[in-house]
Design a protein around this ligand. Structure first.
Ligand code: NAP
Length: 496
């Protein structure tokens, strides 16, 4: 059970503690933030509302701890990460339970998220050993006008204190995808978990604590992003921000100082379907891509752009699959579970009502009970409807019928987002041309968008983000190149 057994020390009464200086602590604020269970809509857990003084203290200890961590041999850093990964996977059950209660993640997916996170940490340790164990060696006479008198040695050095802010939908996985690269590269790490998902994150942090990382190297500050977020992101002690979430990331980018930013933000992933596509494959991918975790995924299929001539057939196939989705509580491992909050459900409903008013065809009846929204396919959506452009982050999927491939590409590129997209066709030449024309960070050919496997590069363009994720890119992003140049008194040529 969450907060019991080896996790007993992370809770005090009914409030979970925050983690600083290698210890679990109560905030001096005396205040707690409630985490509402999306299914029951009642308070499930409480976490500390940390103060600005506590943030200051954490930044100080993070800076000091980083100095000695950077001197810890790479193989030893990797060893500790492997240990944390094993503990995380061993204790997946209570962490998955927190994911079910805090964010209504279907039971099996909750376990998968924790296991996948352990695998990510291990892979990151291995990749770090490989890529950080290498540098470059340059000689000066390759550049015009130079003799061979300078040898340049470059290596990758840590940035300092990395601030990690993940979103609610994959709180554990998107936290470790920042923590592991930061640590293997020799940085210290301050985590600000999402409020919904904070308890799962605190359990995950305890696994790192149990692995034996040095005091102060990892800290976890809890509290509402709207209250503590600006203080954290603008803190002078922060040397890098890795953020995943919505438009909040755009605001952070404007306020942050001159530090590297990794921003993975929203998406409106388009699925372009050509006339020659295998429509059974397309329908399966649309349902999986559009409705998994009730559409609350950055890479969910968020608009289908289908050629008019095959649209009726495709819509029928998708409809019959949607009818088979199970709807209910996450404990029962239903496909469609309550969305994260009442405000999120209200926002989704607003998009649905706008589409209704403007004449979209409802393939199912719109149904909502509390935060639970039944899966809904909207056909004949037009560009004047909000749902054609906005990210519902819910189980509602618009279909726009297109007269040409160019029309589909145009709709995709007119979006302010550019995370992923996908194209279904049997013609690989056409698929490549469409992929090149789509202004998105990734294009999937004949499959729904996806973030994983976690070592693949993952990036958005336009309002979907800055920089690139994926294990290798994250390690590189959390380092800086350092050069040492050896200057010789006379040119030196090997074997000369
Ligand atoms: P969000 O509202 O932007 O919140 C993300 C994180 O930011 C949370 O930890 C939140 O804490 C924190 N936060 C809020 N205000 C802040 C502030 N002023 N300063 C610093 N941090 C602040 O996003 P969400 O609702 O959790 O997640 C959904 C969004 O994430 C969607 O748009 C989705 O597309 C996007 N997403 C993108 C990716 C990707 O890789 N591209 C992956 C997953 C999700 P609180 O919870 O305490 O408010």
């Amino acid at each position: 059970m969450a907060g019991s057994g080896i996790f007993g020390e992370i809770i005090d009464g009914d409030v979970f503690k925050y983690y600083a200086d290698g210890e679990w602590k109560k905030s001096s604020s005396g205040k707690a933030v409630s985490i509402i269970n999306p299914t029951t809509r009642k308070t499930q857990y409480k976490v500390q509302a940390c103060t600005q003084e506590e943030v200051n203290k954490v930044m100080e200890t993070a800076k000091a701890a980083q100095k000695s961590w950077a001197k810890t041999p790479l193989w030893k850093r990797a060893e500790l990460l492997h240990k944390a990964a094993a503990i995380l996977k061993e204790h997946r059950a209570p962490i998955a339970e927190a994911l079910i209660k805090e964010i209504a993640k279907p039971a099996k997916d909750a376990v998968t998220e924790v296991v996948r996170s352990g695998d990510l940490v291990s892979y990151c340790a291995e990749e770090g050993v490989r890529i950080l164990g290498q540098g470059t060696f340059l000689v000066s006479d390759s550049f015009p006008g130079n003799e061979r008198t300078k040898y340049c040695l470059t290596s990758k050095i840590p940035l300092g204190v990395v601030l990690a802010i993940p979103p609610f939908n994959y709180p554990v996985n998107l936290a470790v995808s920042k923590i592991a690269p930061a640590l293997i590269a020799g940085n210290s790490l301050v985590l600000k978990p999402p409020t919904q998902g904070a308890v799962a994150c605190l359990h995950m942090v305890h696994c790192f604590h149990l692995a034996g990382f040095p005091k102060g190297l990892i800290s976890c500050i809890t509290g509402k992003g709207s209250e503590i977020g600006d203080f954290l992101t603008m803190h002078p002690g922060v040397n890098c921000i890795s953020f995943t979430g919505g438009d909040t990331g755009i605001a952070i980018s404007k306020k942050a100082g001159m530090i590297p930013l990794q921003m993975e933000l929203g998406g409106k992933d388009a699925c372009i379907v050509l006339e020659d596509a295998d429509l059974d494959l397309v329908a399966a991918n649309i349902v999986k891509g559009g409705f998994s975790y009730s559409g609350q995924r950055c890479t969910a299929v968020k608009v289908v752009l289908v050629m008019e001539s095959i649209a009726d057939t495709l819509v029928e196939k998708v409809k019959s699959k949607v009818a088979k989705l199970t709807v209910g509580p996450p404990e029962d491992d239903c496909d469609i579970t309550p969305v994260v909050s009442e405000s999120s459900a209200n926002f989704i409903e607003g998009l649905v009502m706008d589409a209704k008013q403007k004449g979209a065809t409802f393939c199912q009846e719109y149904k909502r009970e509390g935060n639970l929204i039944w899966p809904l396919l909207l056909d004949h959506v037009r560009p004047d409807m909000r749902i054609a452009w906005e990210e519902p982050f819910g189980p509602v999927l618009p279909v726009i019928r297109i007269g040409s491939v160019e029309e589909g590409i145009h709709h995709c590129n007119a979006s302010n987002f550019g995370l992923q997209g996908c194209v279904f066709t049997k013609d690989i030449n056409k698929a490549m041309l469409i992929s090149d024309a789509m202004e998105t960070g990734t294009v999937q050919i004949n499959s729904a968008p996806a973030r994983g496997p976690d070592h693949f590069p993952f990036q958005g363009i336009k309002d979907s983000g800055i920089g690139s994720q994926g294990i290798t890119n994250s390690i590189n992003m959390m380092t800086k190149v350092k050069s040492t140049v050896i200057n010789l008194p006379t040119p030196s040529y090997t074997m000369g």
